[in-house]
Unconditional design. Structure first.
Length: 353
């Protein structure tokens, strides 16, 4: 990978796996204060190395989710049904698996969890084991896949969260985020937009509880996104809270991308509430703004269309690659929609929670 400036950034990946992700950083190495996006977030660098790349005849882009995988790799999910293995040191593709639904049709794949045995990174004969949990916003759905892309299971979904007319969800506005809480027993999927009948901006988060190896429907919670924004990704923190991305786009202006810390632990279970309209007695998930990414230094980035900060693009993938003493290493990626005026870009953040 060719660097545009003066240094590389090391990202330490969870559970003893170390990966060095080469990312562009502007300015002298000791000018860390200049990389602050807010008191809680700093940006270490970015990489456009995979923008408009090809790998074994597959377009490398359209990234909607990231997850730490075994043996020094990152799993990167395309919303066009390609699941890439990326080298954790260089971000270069090492393999690809094509996913499909039960009829063989492509997915609008949006969320990804690498479900590893006992919540630890293990391997057998040098090959990572475990399965992939993948959400699609078409129906919506959550399926479990084998390492070679075979469907192993499909999780139940409440009727209300299905796309109208079956349910009350809007098309292209259902399961975007997918994450597993520490311990591996609770899976969470986040809707991108509100259901019909719920107040604008209130999105539902559905949980599943693992029982004897299978997942059953659990509690449901509600989260209020900022006006005009949706929720493209959620990622569990080591202490059981959530990092939440909120995102929007205005033609001629560009993207809005904000990072929040959210705590669902005292929120009301909304699974039995048909319409969320701000009624008394319903506790929404509490959230705290960590950073508006428009406030980050641009690090010399360029944009192909108007942006409030040329560093920004259509960011919708996120994973935590390491943590220590309440400080998280967070990797983001943008979905370029295979569009000439958008960019596949990776971002390395340091987040204090």
């Amino acid at each position: 990978m060719r660097l545009r400036n003066v240094r590389t950034v090391l990202a330490t990946v969870t559970a003893g796996l170390t990966a060095a992700t080469c990312l562009t950083v502007a300015g002298p190495a000791n000018a860390q204060v200049n990389h602050a996006c807010s008191p809680s977030v700093a940006i270490d660098g970015f990489s456009d190395a995979l923008d408009k790349a090809m790998y074994e005849g597959n377009y490398v882009g359209n990234f909607s989710a990231l997850a730490v995988d075994g043996n020094g790799t990152l799993a990167a999910l395309s919303d066009r049904s390609s699941l890439f293995a990326l080298d954790g040191r260089t971000l270069q593709p090492k393999g690809v698996v094509q996913l499909a639904d039960e009829s063989g049709a492509a997915l609008d794949a949006e969320g990804l969890v690498v479900d590893l045995p006992h919540s630890r990174l293990r391997s057998s004969g040098g090959t990572p084991i475990g399965t992939y949990l993948v959400s699609s916003e078409t129906e919506p759905s959550v399926r479990r896949y084998s390492r070679d892309g075979r469907i192993l299971d499909r999780l139940p979904v409440p009727d209300a969260l299905r796309v109208a007319p079956v349910g009350r969800a809007v098309g292209n506005g259902t399961f975007e985020g997918l994450t597993m809480l520490p311990g591996g027993r609770t899976l969470i999927a986040s809707m991108e937009y509100a259901l019909s009948g719920d107040s604008a901006g209130i999105v539902r988060l559905q949980t599943w509880k693992r029982h004897h190896g299978s997942f059953a429907l659990g509690a449901q919670y509600a989260y209020r996104a900022d006006s005009g924004l949706g929720v493209p990704e959620v990622t569990a923190t080591p202490d059981g809270r959530l990092l939440v991305l909120e995102r929007g786009f205005t033609a001629g202006v560009g993207n809005t991308v904000r990072l929040y810390l959210a705590d669902p632990r005292r929120a009301t279970d909304t699974s039995g509430i048909d319409n969320l309209t701000g009624q008394d007695g319903v506790r929404l998930i509490k959230k705290t703004l960590l950073a508006d990414l428009a406030d980050c230094p641009d690090l010399g980035a360029t944009a192909k269309q108007p942006q409030p900060n040329p560093l920004l693009d259509n960011i919708e993938a996120m994973t935590i690659t390491g943590h220590r003493n309440g400080r998280l290493n967070v990797l983001l990626a943008s979905d370029d929609n295979q569009n000439a005026v958008q960019t596949t870009r990776f971002y390395s953040l340091r987040v204090r929670t």
